[in-house]
Design a protein around this ligand. Sequence first.
Ligand code: ACM
Length: 536
Amino acid sequence: MVLHDAPSLIPFPSSVQLGEGSVPLGSVRLTGDPDTVALLGAELEALLGHEALSDTGATEIALGIDATRGSAEGYALDAGAGRIRIAGHDAAGLFYGTRTLLQLLRRGEPSGGADPEGPAATGWSAPEIRIEDAPRFRYRGVMLDVARHFFAVADVERWIDRATALKYNHLHLHLTDDQGWRIRIDAWPQLTGAGSGSDATGGPGGFYTKDDIREIVAYAAARHMTLVPEIDLPGHTHAIGLGYPDLVELPAITEANIAEAAALDQPLPEHGVPYAAWGVGHSSVKIHEERTYDLIRDVLAEVAELMPGPYLHIGGDECLGTSAADFALFFERAGRLAAATGKTPVAWHEAGAVDGLVPGMIGQYWGSVVPEEGHAAHARRFVERGGALILSPADRAYLDMKPRADHPRGLAWAGIVPLRTAYDWDPAAVLHDVPVTAILGIEAPLWTESVTTLAEADGLAFPRIAAHAEIGWSAQNGAERSWRSFRARVAQLVPAWEASGIAVDRAALDDDPEQDDARVPQPAHPASAPSAEETA
Ligand code: ACM
């Protein structure tokens, strides 16, 4: 039984014409753009087998760039008559065409098994298809919080693989928080002393050397992904006080902090002591201490030098113990220091409370999808001052919100966010009075208070990360931009995700029993990706 007419592509392309036949991939030769040939070649070898690729392969996959076609990051993919052509408008578009191709690949039943399409369907093939595609938004981000729990370089690279397969193009690394400072700064070496030696649950922590960061930057760049480093200021800075106790205030502990710590059986923050817990809002750098700005200037300069992307995120969230006047004084100055590095500063939306916000700053909105008026006003301030917005409504886009109450990981302060809830929002409809041209795009953050491994990150992110990928890429009025279509396509992609080592939360598809056409196919051969088109 065919489950759904649309090919199982996420994000769904702008235009798709599906043919009847298929293009066999038992013997393949790659031609064209050398970087893309090398990258896709390695990926296809892993999937199809080393012997499938050669210079004399029967099926040509031609990979080219043609700037006269389509628009930025767009591509055309044409599979038929025994060959596949992908033409990117630019190198990124060509790369996204290859991501689409990888989602299209399907494996026929092995020889001897029931095979409705005959012998030609055995082995790997791609359907005959013509696709034209380009993204809705130019910023499509995921965030990984490496401060609450540290993730090794190899795990960050696997996270980049996961995200770029869904056509995300920015990775926001939340590099510093109360629980740890995760990036080497030569001018202030004690930041990565005790300040990086623990995490939110008392584990060993860690930090990235400059070579580690260079490796991540290069890995991301080869996949057309830009890194957005965040140094969270002036709050979320308890860890700075482990190396430089004179530069942070004593913890400003609220009744809410005390109640939460008691409920979670967690310690309260103590000046100069590693903080293995996840209360927020109690820390601040010393805003009236000149040396604070020496540290910030040096940190931002070193980070900006390491990271080639255009953005530098300087936090600004949850400064609950800081007066509005001090926050404004600090953020005007920190914004100017960030801009002086040549980067465009980015901040969480609370920074929009500051009258003298540095012009052109990007705001990251993390309020709810139906905004409180104060939050919306703060977000608007960025646009009024010539900046733009990235939307991360916490009750839709936060990947660390529990998808259901009994999920073993995640938090629930912004609510329970099932897959359907994650899918049902339109970035253009969140903030009134903000033109869609001022929306740079969307970002799905994964905070890691409750997440200690990549598998745990996967279990929260998959499949909801696919929902935000489609929201960021596909047109809101696109033919397949519906829950019913999306859910069917997700179900078809789950086995391939699992075959590539991703721990998917299969229960996410159980939340709508009326939609019984979206069962997840069981892999016939768990070691390889099965057919995505039909149930057994
Ligand atoms: C945030 O969730 N504190 C930005």
